[in-house]
Design a protein around this ligand. Structure first.
Ligand code: FES
Ligand code: FES
Length: 162
């Protein structure tokens, strides 16, 4: 059996620890810790369903070994907001009807958050490129792109009010 070691992660502002072998991926570790909002799809970097933010940058957690992110801030879609206080991206996805089965949506929202943090005024092409690492088998993408555009407008308006 592979040797395990205790690893402490910071997930959505909370300290979480577990005993993991060196080959354990961040995706596997997060799901073992109960973060089932992080979805397992292809497990080889093709679909983006497993995306999380690591220090604000979207990464595919299936391609990330858990020990490499010890001490860094990990954010899942649950860390962005909740039903009572949704993040503008979460609200826009709901308002635009951008989800069907919903499996890809946590990764889509994480990828969109990472993009909008760097480019608050994305063009349609910017949105397409920003989400190009995330696959959806249901929606045809149009409503997803509309949701990201709507969330970007909301975030800009909120920024202007501050
Ligand atoms: S499960 Fe990680 S990219 Fe598909
Ligand atoms: S909503 Fe089903 S995979 Fe995207």
């Amino acid at each position: 059996m592979a040797k395990e070691r205790q690893i402490v992660l910071s997930v959505n502002g909370r300290s979480r620890s577990g005993s993991f072998p060196s080959h354990r991926t961040l995706l596997e570790a997060l799901r073992e810790l109960g973060h089932t909002e992080v979805k397992s799809g292809c497990e080889k970097g093709d679909c983006g369903a497993c995306a999380v933010l690591v220090d604000g940058m979207a990464v595919d957690s299936c391609l990330t070994l858990v020990w490499t992110v010890e001490g860094r801030e990990i954010t899942t879609v649950v860390g962005l907001g909740n039903a009572e206080a949704p993040h503008p991206l979460q609200k826009a996805f709901a308002d635009c009807g951008a989800a069907q089965c919903g499996y890809c949506i946590p990764g889509m929202i994480i990828a969109a958050k990472s993009m909008l943090d760097r480019n608050p005024q994305p063009s349609d092409d910017d949105i397409r490129v920003g989400l190009s690492g995330n696959l959806c088998r249901c929606t045809g993408y149009t409503k997803i792109f509309e949701a990201v555009d709507a969330a970007a407008a909301t975030l800009r308006a909120e920024g202007e009010r501050r």
